[in-house]
Structure formats: structure tokens, C-alpha cells
Write a new protein. Structure first.
Length: 442
């Protein structure tokens, strides 16, 4: 009996020692740190993209490998249309991810509410971070007032001008030069606009979806003055842009140009984002659109030589102001924005452009774009792409996004009325400017 008790006692002692050692090992071993990333699925640019998670998963894999004990997690399945609401709910719960994608519709509001961490101190104290490697225009998109950087650009997309090369060739017109002007544009549109079937109605056109805003970007000025934080729809640049647009529309003799006309190859020019260019230049989408004519992209015509400017947009990523892992969040943000492979993956698995100029200009990027295109198709040059981005214009930041959109909507309505009723442009825009002032002072 005594021997039995000794045997039981030894077993209990051994078990206790095992549990003690296991406990000591568990509590003494490095605990996994979790970093949460907020993202949405699909493309930010309104085109098909089934590989959005591939880029992030690859970036996470590289980051976790170089940062042992760190785990990056994200919630999958959130569509872009639901992302703002998802973020709003997380903000109310105090559970906003450490690092997260920022939609342009939310950026100004997040800045004013203090949701985004200011990044200037991180940028200035980190010798590895070189802001000059990132397109200046892209960096500006992530700035709030007083040059404060609240987010970094992750992917950038410029708007370019789609050119129906087949139609120009049929009319004996050469592809326009990159520094072409409004006069060149108007002359080409005059030549191609005609009645081709003899029924007395114009059925071939110069432009579709080209707007007074596209003209304004290339006018040498704007309705929006970022330095003075002022808006003026009655200045000479806006007036000249509206006049130019009216002259273009007059060529159509009252005919309404449609997307169907363009798809049928009956229109010479149409604004197109680089994301759409990538999508519709490759299979399987190429066979669904624009397969019956040869096409390419170029710069927008400028009011004068050298003013070939167009709109540039970016998908931003920021750090949660209330994150308890800000240093780690900064390191992951750098992986996404400054990591060579992460940015090259933008070309591999998305339809945008890398924010790193060295990647965007690289032969590797050009070869990736070429992979899914016909061999006879000429890839847009890195030099042209970078030039369009670097000299592009962005949405002004001194108004909330909703306010800016409302002003543009009101301007569209007014300018359409000017065209339809043949009203005097100068006096009408002066009256409209007073109405905008009243709207902003409400």
C-alpha cells in the first residue's frame, strides 16, 4: 500500500512538473502580434478584377517572413460599394483596422474627423522612405490641408484619350502627336464628322463623352484654385473651355452621340482610364468590346502646346490614428507602397499603375502589360504613361467630396442649359458663379 502511494505521488509530481514546464514555455515564448488590414474586394476602377486578394496575400507573405511573430489579418468579401459603410461601423465600434484602404469619397471626412494618422513624422524619420521615388501627383492625392500627408498612394490611374486608329486611317489622318492642341483636335473632329450613308444625318463623329472638364484641365487653369482655396466658374479658363466644348458639339448638328456609336467604330475619340485600357486591350474582354477596329490611347489636346493635362486618381492607404501598432502599421504600409514586388504586382494582378516611377518606367512592367495583348499591339510607352501621371491634375482637397461633386453637378446642369438654349456663355457663367457662392455660404 505504501509502495502504491509512493508510485502515485511520483506520477503526480511528474505530471505537475510537465504542466509547469509547459506553462513556462507557453508564457515565455514570443506571442504573435496581430496587425489588421482593411480592404475591399475587386477593382477600385470599375472594371473586372478577380485578383485583388492575390496582391495583398503576396505582400502579407513577404511582410510576415521579414517580421517573425507578426500576423496580418483582413476581412474578405467586402465589396467596394459596401466598404464605406463597413468602415463607418468599425469606426463607431472603435475597431477600425490598423492599416486600411481609403476611398476618395471618404478621404476628406476621415482627415477632418481625425481618423487618419498624420504620416509626416514617419516619413521624415525613416531613412528607408524616399518620397521622391513616388509620383508627386500621387503623393498630393494623399495630402490634406497645410501639406499634411494623411495617406500614401497605393495604385494610380490616369485618364487618357482613346483613339480609333482605324477611323483616322480611313480618313487619311495621322495619329496625333503627344503635344497636340485644341486646334489640332478640332480640325480632326471636323474632318471625321460626316454623313457616311447619305441619309442626310450625321452618323460619324469626332468625340463621345469628352466634357468641358476635360477641356478645363488642359486650358492652363481651373475653376478651383488650390493655393487660395477658392472656386471661380467665371474665370477665363472655364469660359474658354465651355466655348471650346460648344464648338465641338456644334459639329454634330444636333445628333446625340452614344456609346453604341463608339462601340461600332463610328467615333474618333473618347476619354478612357488606364484601367479600362488594360482591361479592353486584353482577353477575354477584348473580344467583347472594340474588337472591330484598331485603337490606342494618347494625351488630351491642350489649349496650347504643353498643356496636355488630364485627371489622375489614386487608391490610398492610411493608418488608423487610434492604432496601438503604429510603427508596425507604418512598416506594412511601406511594404505595400514602396515594396518593389508589391508595386510590380499592380501590373501583374490589377489594372492600375505603380506609384513608383521606377517601376512604371521599367521594361518589366511593359513586358507584363504585353503578355495578355496581341503581339502586333503596341504597348503604351512607360515614358508617355509617366508623363501623363506626373503632369496630371487631381480633385481639389479644400472641399468635402460631396460638396465638390455637387458643384460639378450644378455646373454640368448649367452648361447643358447654356448649350441647349444658346445662352451667352460669359454672362451665364457669371450668374452661375453667384449661385455657387450662395450654395457654399449656406
Amino acid at each position: 500500500m505504501r509502495l502504491y502511494r509512493k508510485w502515485i505521488s511520483r506520477i503526480l509530481q511528474t505530471a505537475a512538473a510537465v504542466f509547469l514546464m509547459a506553462g513556462m514555455y507557453f508564457f515565455s515564448r514570443p506571442q504573435t502580434q496581430v496587425l489588421e488590414f482593411g480592404m475591399f474586394t475587386g477593382s477600385n476602377w470599375g472594371v473586372e478584377n478577380a485578383d485583388a486578394f492575390v496582391i495583398i496575400d503576396r505582400a502579407i507573405q513577404r511582410f510576415e517572413k521579414s517580421h517573425p511573430g507578426i500576423e496580418v489579418r483582413y476581412t474578405s468579401g467586402i465589396e467596394k460599394k459596401d466598404y464605406s459603410e463597413w468602415c463607418a461601423k468599425r469606426i463607431l465600434e472603435g475597431k477600425m483596422p490598423d492599416v486600411f484602404m481609403v476611398l476618395d469619397t471618404d478621404f476628406n471626412q476621415y482627415c477632418s474627423l481625425g481618423i487618419l494618422q498624420e504620416l509626416n513624422s514617419f516619413m521624415e524619420s525613416d531613412p528607408e522612405f524616399q518620397s521622391e521615388e513616388i509620383f508627386r501627383t500621387a503623393m498630393d492625392i494623399g495630402k490634406g490641408t497645410e501639406e499634411i500627408q494623411y495617406a500614401l498612394p497605393y495604385e494610380i490611374v490616369p485618364t487618357m484619350l482613346f483613339v480609333n486608329k482605324t477611323l483616322l486611317q480611313q480618313e487619311g489622318i495621322e495619329m496625333p502627336q503627344q503635344d497636340w492642341t485644341w486646334d489640332d483636335f478640332m480640325e480632326i473632329c471636323r474632318k471625321v464628322t460626316k454623313d457616311t450613308d447619305g441619309d442626310g444625318r450625321i452618323d460619324q463623329f469626332g468625340t463621345y463623352n469628352y466634357s468641358w472638364q476635360d477641356a478645363m484641365y488642359t486650358s492652363g487653369g481651373s475653376a478651383f484654385d488650390n493655393e487660395k482655396q477658392n472656386v471661380d466658374f467665371s474665370n477665363q479658363y472655364v469660359i474658354e473651355s465651355v466655348k471650346f466644348m460648344k464648338e465641338l458639339l456644334a459639329l454634330n448638328q444636333g445628333e446625340n452621340v452614344t456609346q453604341e456609336d463608339f462601340d461600332a467604330g463610328k467615333v474618333a475619340f473618347m476619354p478612357l482610364t488606364f484601367a479600362e485600357y488594360r482591361t479592353y486591350k486584353t482577353y477575354p474582354y477584348k473580344i467583347k468590346k472594340y474588337s472591330n477596329f484598331q485603337w490606342d490611347c494618347t494625351t488630351f489636346p491642350g489649349r496650347t502646346h504643353g498643356e496636355n493635362i488630364s485627371k489622375v486618381d489614386a487608391l490610398l492607404i492610411g493608418i488608423n490614428h487610434d492604432s496601438t501598432e503604429k510603427e508596425l502599421a507604418w512598416e506594412f504600409l511601406k511594404e505595400l507602397v514602396c515594396g518593389y514586388e508589391s508595386q510590380l504586382d499592380i501590373f501583374r494582378y490589377s489594372q492600375g499603375v505603380s506609384v513608383l516611377e521606377s517601376v512604371a518606367r521599367s521594361e518589366k512592367a511593359a513586358s507584363i502589360i504585353q503578355e495578355d495583348m496581341d503581339k502586333e499591339e503596341q504597348v503604351i510607352s512607360g515614358e508617355l504613361l509617366c508623363d501623363v501621371i506626373e503632369h496630371g491634375t487631381i480633385t481639389p482637397k479644400f472641399y468635402q467630396y460631396e460638396t465638390y461633386e455637387q458643384m460639378i453637378s450644378l455646373a454640368n446642369t448649367e452648361i447643358t442649359e447654356i448649350f441647349e438654349q444658346n445662352k451667352n456663355i460669359e454672362s451665364s457663367m457669371k450668374i452661375f458663379q453667384r449661385e455657387i457662392r450662395k450654395y457654399l455660404n449656406q
